[in-house]
Write a protein that binds this ligand. Structure first.
Ligand SMILES: *Cc1c(COP(=O)(O)O)cnc(C)c1O
Length: 415
């Protein structure tokens, strides 16, 4: 044990650098449950403030839904708090298998394997399936957890320009001699809210004999007519070889993830995926809650329809007011500000007006593309959205950016 001053100073200086670069992340403490209305302590030690949450992944408003809570309580009472084991030793209950079957049915795949999180699913899946004889070809904007998963795998790696199908085709031709070719993409991209062109990708994968991998964490439960995901929206259900997704967003928001897809692929993960073999099983409480979420979703599309209506209202409201938005048709609606400091000032002013929405800037998004990423929920009522829109317009006026083009905002504030 020796935490020398030399080591300590190293960290002190690095932390100082992070702060002076203006990219130090400060946490805001929420004192209530996750919902449209939350009570927030920020800055630390200040009085609690009631604000409207515009940046949660709680797309379907199920994170604190009474029926989900009740089911979780029942899970707690009948199956206990935790399993104190990984799945293959003594961590599998009937309800874990029941949930896997439920996910399979919902996504329209052949089989499903649960993971402690989708980050873990992505960390384990590539290494379990591919070796140095194979190639992973990923979209340049895939989620960080996919990037980490690919790092853990000995297969060769290449990328294609974001959603650029010509570039993907070139890469598939370039790597035609590889044993297994796997094309890797997010379904909905988390920072921009745009959808992958899965219909075209399926065709290319068929033409070049490649597997298709889709991380649908920002779509499962609400994208597509019945909320099955991006593959439903694109009309390619049953044609995606591997889908990973999370239960930590729309599907209850607690935790957990999965790999769903071809039967043999799932079986390989059960034998070989390290986060499955060496990390604890999902708590029965969470499994019971997610099972209830799927029951609610199978009864009606009311929540995903409400989410769609809310999103349309929000997008149109911001656009009519003269904000520059990223185009897309998901409930992720980025309000583009380009300048990093402006995004932070804008977010602070919104907070003072009772609206909680975080500003993102480099390195979370590319340099010069700072933004407020708003996320709409079925938990929002019209009065939430109207109040939030008023606040955005007020702050937009303060900074004189309403009606300005991208270039005009950049000219005014710099990059
Ligand atoms: C949120 C997210 C994850 C991580 O999910 P967890 O279950 O919280 O680990 C993985 N992939 C994508 C695309 C995500 O948006």
């Amino acid at each position: 044990m020796s935490y020398s001053n030399k080591v300590k100073d190293l960290y002190v200086n690095q932390l100082k650098d992070i702060k002076s670069a203006g990219i130090y992340k400060e946490e805001r403490f929420i004192h209530s449950s996750q919902a449209a209305d939350i009570e927030v302590e920020f800055p630390r030690g200040s009085d609690l403030k009631n604000v409207i949450n515009m940046c949660a992944n709680n797309y379907l408003g199920l994170s604190s839904h009474p029926e989900v809570l009740k089911a979780a309580h029942e899970g707690l009472d009948t199956r206990g708090y935790g399993m104190s084991s990984v799945r293959f030793i003594c961590g599998t209950q009937d309800i874990h298998r029941e949930l896997e079957n439920k996910v399979t049915e919902f996504l329209g795949t052949e089989d499903t394997i649960l993971f402690p999180s989708c980050m873990d699913a992505n960390a384990g899946v590539f290494e379990a399936l591919l070796t140095s004889e194979d190639i992973m070809i990923s979209d340049r904007l895939v989620h960080a957890s996919i990037i980490d998963g690919m790092r853990l795998c000995s297969a060769e790696h290449d990328t294609f320009k974001h959603s650029n199908m010509e570039h993907l085709e070139q890469k598939l031709q370039l790597h035609a001699d590889k044993r297994i070719k796997m094309v890797i993409t997010d379904g909905v991209f988390s920072m921009d809210g745009d959808l992958a062109k899965l219909d075209e990708m399926v065709k290319l994968c068929q033409k070049y004999d490649a597997l298709l991998f889709v991380d649908d964490s920002h779509s499962s439960g609400f994208i597509g007519k019945t909320g099955r995901g991006t593959h439903e929206h694109c009309g390619v259900m049953g044609k995606i070889d591997i889908i990973t997704t999370t239960f930590g967003k729309a599907l209850g928001g607690a935790s957990g993830g999965c790999v769903s897809g071809r039967k043999e692929i799932v079986e390989m993960c059960r034998q070989k995926a390290r986060p499955y073999l060496f990390s604890n099983t999902i708590s029965p409480v969470v499994v019971a809650g997610v099972l209830k979420v799927f029951e609610i979703l199978s009864q009606s599309t009311e929540r995903r329809d409400k989410l769609e209506n809310n999103t349309n209202f929000w997008r149109k409201g911001l656009s009519d007011a003269g904000f520059v938005l990223k185009e897309g048709n998901s409930p992720i609606v980025p309000v583009m500000l380009f300048n990093a400091k402006l995004s932070q000032d804008f977010s602070k002013d919104l907070f003072n007006l009772g609206i909680y929405a975080i500003g993102f800037f480099f390195p979370v998004v590319p340099n010069g593309q700072a933004r407020i990423r708003t996320q709409i929920s079925a938990g929002h009522e019209m009065h939430h959205l109207e109040k939030a829109l008023d606040a955005f317009i007020k702050v937009g006026k303060k900074y004189g950016i309403l009606g300005l083009t991208k270039q005009e905002i950049i000219d005014k504030y710099g990059l």
